[in-house]
Design a binder for this molecule. Structure first.
Ligand code: FES
Ligand SMILES: [Fe+2]
Length: 352
């Protein structure tokens, strides 16, 4: 699965930024696989750490600390030569395994064993590049729609949020904001849905809700009224998911068919730091008729811009996992359980 071994050696800068083991040992999306072309070094920020990503000629994406062990120069200011990263300071070259193969000032010498880059585990899956800065505590979440041909797949984003990643995930699993934040699309402001009681269970793959029913006047890129039944799932602290079962409806919100379509979404957050994030989304649609990928993306751009606007306004910026700091209603059960779930995992970074 394209997994690069993690160096046992830690860079001196590893003590900077996030030290939360739950987040360090988790997988985080740092980009779309297509973002990384061969021959270029890309700077990447994750949990306050500066990294580089580069693609070697065998197709693998390598993610390393943005640091040369020699004198600490940034490798992101260097370049690729013959499938190797060249440090811009003294020209040391590092191959795909992270080993130094050449010190130009002593070209006949075999570089020291410790002359190594600092690689992290990196995997390409579902059209994303996932990185773990520590030792992966679990596998990347399952998204079986990726290989299921009934589903059309559409990536959208990146959506930079000047906001906390957990606040972004909580917004994604919240249905009662639709009539206000997404008025005219996912809900009706003058006639907001009453949310019936729903349940949330903790499964091996995270928290999962029962179906939450809402009416959506412009429920997806097909532009038709829908009754939507959302099943929310938090796979990981910074990876959410919903499966939305939809039925065509009349303007009053009553279904006009027994047939259901399915629209699912994998919602990933790259935490740049505790209060800045990049959201990337993968939608899978088994709907009839099929909209164009452009129409799906256009709608996602509108919806996530609306979400970003409100999430960036939330204070305190770090999500309170102490429930008494904010107010929880039964209609917020998924968000409330999400916060408790984060707290029970022992997460300390980006929360209060
Ligand atoms: S700092 Fe990288 S080669 Fe000297
Ligand atoms: Fe939203």
């Amino acid at each position: 699965m394209n997994l690069i071994a993690v160096s046992a050696q830690q860079p001196l800068t590893a003590g900077d930024g996030c030290q939360d083991p739950v987040l360090l040992n988790d997988w985080h999306v740092i980009g779309y696989a297509d973002d990384f072309a061969e021959g270029t070094i890309y700077p990447v920020r994750l949990l306050e750490r500066e990294l580089i990503a580069w693609r070697s000629s065998d197709g693998q994406v390598h993610v390393w600390e943005d640091l040369c062990i020699h004198r600490g120069a940034r490798l992101s200011k260097g370049w690729i030569k013959d499938d190797k990263v060249v440090c811009p300071y003294h020209g040391w070259q590092y191959n795909g395994e992270g080993g130094c193969t050449l010190m130009p000032a002593a070209p006949d010498e075999t570089p020291m064993k410790k002359a190594r880059a600092f690689p992290y585990a990196a995997v390409q899956r579902y059209g994303f590049v996932w990185v773990c800065l520590g030792t992966p505590a679990s596998d990347i979440p399952q998204f079986p729609e990726w290989k299921d041909e009934r589903f059309m797949k559409v990536h959208s984003g990146p959506y930079p949020y000047a906001a906390n990643g957990f606040r972004a995930v909580e917004n994604f699993i919240d249905a009662s904001h639709f009539p206000f934040v997404h008025a005219g699309l996912n809900g009706v402001m003058d006639n907001p849905d009453r949310l019936e009681p729903y349940t949330v269970e903790e499964t091996d793959t995270g928290l999962k809700s029962s179906e939450v029913r809402v009416f959506q006047p412009w429920g997806d890129a097909r532009g038709q009224p829908l009754v939507a039944f959302y099943t929310y799932h938090t796979f990981r602290p910074l990876v959410g998911y919903f499966s939305k079962r939809t039925q065509a409806a009349d303007a009053q919100g009553l279904p006009v068919t027994d047939h259901s379509d399915t629209f699912t979404t994998l919602f990933t957050v790259q935490p740049l730091d505790a209060t800045h994030s990049i959201v990337r989304v993968l939608a899978a649609l088994d709907v009839n008729p099929r909209p164009t990928a452009e129409a799906v993306r256009e709608r996602a751009d509108v919806v996530f811009a609306q979400d970003r606007d409100i999430v960036e306004s939330q204070r305190p910026e770090r999500i309170p996992v102490e429930l008494r700091y904010e107010l929880h209603h039964r209609t917020d059960l998924m968000g409330q359980r999400y916060r408790t779930w984060l707290r029970n995992k022992g997460i300390t970074y980006g929360v209060i």
